[in-house]
Each structure stands twice: as C-alpha cells, then as structure tokens.
Design a protein around this ligand. Sequence first.
Ligand code: MLT
Length: 265
Amino acid sequence: MRVQIRGINIAFEDRGEGPPMVFVHGYPLSRRIWDSQIEGLADVARLIAPDLRGHGDSGATPGTYSMDLLADDCLALLEALGIDQQVVLCGLSMGGYVAFAFYRKFPEKVAGLILAATRSGEDSPEGKANRDKAADLARQGGPNAIAGSMLPKMLSPKSYVGRPELVHSVMEIMQGTSLDGILGDLMGMKSRPDSTPALRAIEKPVLILHGSDDQLIPPSEAIAMQEAIPGAQLQVLPDAGHLLNMEQPLLFNKAIRGFLREIQP
Ligand code: MLT
C-alpha cells in the first residue's frame, strides 16, 4: 500500500486485526525484513510496517534523516491511516533509535516498546568518524558498496555460512536502499542524542530482543538497557545475529505474542 505524507510517497504493509503495532526497520534496510512478522502475527495485531523515506519502495529526500524526522514520519503515517489509539512500537537497530525518538516526542501515543538489536547510546567519536567513512564509500560505490561491506556483519556467522537464501535476501534489501536514504540515515544516526539518561523514566512496558551473535551491537548493550528501564524484559535469542527477527522468526514472534498477551488489559 502507499500513502502520501509530508510530501513523500510512503510504501507500507498494513495487515491483520487487533491492537496496532508499528514495525520500524533499521539501516540500510526496508519493510521486507518484517515479512515473517507480517505473516506470523496478523492474527494478534494490526501490523503496520513502513519503508522509511529513502528506503525500499518509498520516495527519498536529500539531507539528514534525524531520528526525530523519521519518528514524525511514523506519526504522520498513523494519522493518515486514522489510527489515534496507542501503538506498540517495534524498532530494530536504527528503528530502535527511531522508537526512542518517537517515545520522547509522543509518549501518549505509545502502549509499549519492543527494542530489537538496538542500543540507547549515541555514537562514540570513532563511531561518528565511521559514519563519515561509510558516507564516502556510499558516494563512491553507491548502495551496492555499502551492502557488500555490511552483509557479513548483518547475520550471525552461522546464518552467513549456512543460509545462502537468507544472505541473498538481505543483500537485495540493502541494495534497494537509495543513496539519499543511506546518506540521510548515516548523518541522522551520527547526530542522534544519547537516549540512555531517559531510560529510567520510561513508563511503558518494554521488551528487549537481541541476537546472541549480533556482530554490530553486542548483547551487553541490551543487558544494560534492561537494567536501566524499569520492569523491562529481555530475551537473547540463540543462533541469531543483528537480523534476529529474520534468523529466528518463530522465537521472535513467540516473544512478541507473549508480550502482547501481558500488556493487553
Ligand atoms: C542498523 O542496523 O540500523 C544500523 O546498523 C545501526 C547503526 O549503524 O547504528
């Protein structure tokens, strides 16, 4: 499906019935990472999964994609769909950074947060320098160069070696990100604020999901978030890397089902 919001054509999935959930993908990805969630959870919730601007089938704009800007896009999508009740927001990696921004800006819109393969901290000085290097690589080699450089780190070593179809899908998804999208994300992530001080004040139910073999964001980040967020639950999924929802869809979906059962009145 498609909708025009804030001057951009946004592509999205909208499937299932029940309390609304929004799935926000990471960098440099698209809504296609959520295929197994859209297939597997449509009986328990209304599942909305946009391609963020610059990604997948959505239109792109030049400039920095701050996490606030992407959170505003998510709210605009909900408004365009006429959804005014609270949503469960599930963000993976950069999608988690967007979830933090969304909660900071619109806490009254949030029923619960699912933070997957993400971290609360800002980029370190070395991390910021790496964003600039990645931007240079993207300008020189385009999305394919970024996809090639990131692919081995997106999945667990076991999936990378043993699941060629999954590796191929992830590569295709990354190659589908526009150059504007890649550059916009990189500059947006580089300038994102530290969400760590805000963790203690989160008043909504939180489920943290992380892959045991995540090579981009170590599980220690998830443990630190669980310790800081009052009442947060954590599940570390075995044999899963950064894209744990694609690598362990049954366990990921089971964890979401359990969380939805717990938080629904
Ligand atoms: C992502 O998967 O969204 C990114 O790897 C996150 C990041 O680079 O910080």
